[in-house]
Structures are given as C-alpha cells and as structure tokens.
Design a protein around this ligand. Sequence first.
Ligand code: ATP
Length: 255
Amino acid sequence: MLKVENLYKAFGGVVAMNDVSLDFPTGSLTAIIGPNGAGKTTFFNLISGHIRPDRGRVLFDGQDLVGRSSLEIVRRGIGRAFQVASIFPSLTLRESLMAAVISHRRQSTQVLTRFPLQSAADRVEEIMALLELTAKADVLSRSLSHGDQKLLDIALALAMDPKVLLLDEPTAGMGPEERWQMIDKVYRLWEAEKMTLVFIEHDMGIVFKIAQTIRVLKYGAVLAEGTPDDIRSNPDVIDAYLGTDHDATVSAGEG
Ligand SMILES: Nc1ncnc2c1ncn2[C@@H]1O[C@H](COP(=O)(O)OP(=O)(O)OP(=O)(O)O)[C@@H](O)[C@H]1O
C-alpha cells in the first residue's frame, strides 16, 4: 500500500505541497484533480523521487522511500509514465519495449526463467496487446501518432512491472474521442494488471466516469476526497472550480 504522510515542499516562497497525507489502498483507482498550479505534478515528483520533500514520508509497503533514488523507487514497484521525450526515437515500438523489459529484468534480483529472452518477448507482446499497440509494433517510435506515443510511454512504465502506476494527464493534447479511447485502455489495463493506479486528469467527465476515489488538491493542500458522487456535490470543490475554465467540464461530468 502507498501512503504519504505530512508531505511538505516549498520552492522558494511557493509552498507547492502543504502537509499532505493520503493513502492509496492496493488495487485502487484514484484520480487527482485540482486547478492549475495546485501541486498535482509536484505530488507525483515527490512520490517518484524526482523531488525530495522538505518534510514528510512516502511509505510503500511500510518502508519510507524519501531520499531513495528515482531508479530505486521504480525497482521497488512505483512506475510512472513520462512525457514523449523518454521514448527511444530510432527504435520501433516493439524494440523499445524489449529494451525496457530486458534492462529491467537484468537489474532485477528475481530468479530468471530458463528462457529469459523468450519470456521478455512474451511480456512485450502481452503489454502491446493490453494497450492495443500490436498493429504498430514495427513502427519507429518517432513516427507514432501523439496518442500512440503516450501509450508507448505507459507501455514502457509497464515494462518495469509496477505495483503502483502514476499517470500524469494521460489524455493531454487529445481530442474528445481520442481521450475516451485512451482512458478506456487505461481502465482495462488497471483491471487486467490489478495494480494501484493514480492518475492526474483535467477532464471531469473522464474523472467522474472511471475513478473510484477522487482527491482534490488546491494550493498544495487536500481540499476534498471521496467518491465521484461526494466530490461532485462538494461545495468547496464547486467553489474551487468556479470562475475557471474547468467550470464547464465539472458540469459536463454530472450527466
Ligand atoms: N521546480 C519548481 N521550481 C519552482 N516552482 C515550482 C517547481 N515545480 C512546481 N513549482 C510551483 O509549484 C506549484 C505547483 O505546481 P505543479 O506543477 O505541481 O501544479 P499542477 O497542479 O501540476 O499544475 P498544472 O495543472 O498546471 O499542471 C506552482 O506554483 C508551480 O509554479
């Protein structure tokens, strides 16, 4: 189980994370929402070890991860999909995934199978099937569409066999139809891999539709948490979104 306690981080005078305590039960599906600058990405950076908190703890299966490298945190099972920059541009989709799976398994202390290459190749095919990328297996990463590059990014995170997967705006930059296709794949991935999934999302229609639990951040603090029904009717949340461009999407999610 992933749990953060009293996380605090300031950048100069800006308090980006202000005493945040949250837990994410094993196997849960949680959306993190909040207005621009609320601290959502900082929250992920603190969990994944890319930023060190000034105070507080990040507990994973009871052990504090603060101070450990981002690589070690990935190896312990907290994966994160990055933006497209992380993709190997000159390899095909299948090659990129194969490189990621092999590299992860070489570093892993687990006992390897008798046929490690075959087993890695099987996992690559499984991940591609899960995200409906098989038809694009031989396409160069740099030639993939924006949406498929985002899927490859998620696929690369899966290559690390995460127990927890953090997705920062998986639908960013997509049109409405493509968003729903993407989130449908994310949902099926969560069901199939039985992992703990935490995603940041601005589209309230999507959030209300798929999240089991929603955590709302504002000014680096937890404004509200609860089920989609709780959040939708929470006056503080409605207030936080009033007068911003998110207002329309909050209403859109009420259907
Ligand atoms: N490395 C940094 N140096 C200085 N300030 C930072 C840094 N990272 C984040 N901040 C500040 O911390 C606050 C929270 O930023 P963060 O990116 O976490 O918000 P967010 O909720 O992800 O926003 P958005 O929805 O716009 O992506 C903002 O005021 C931001 O300017």
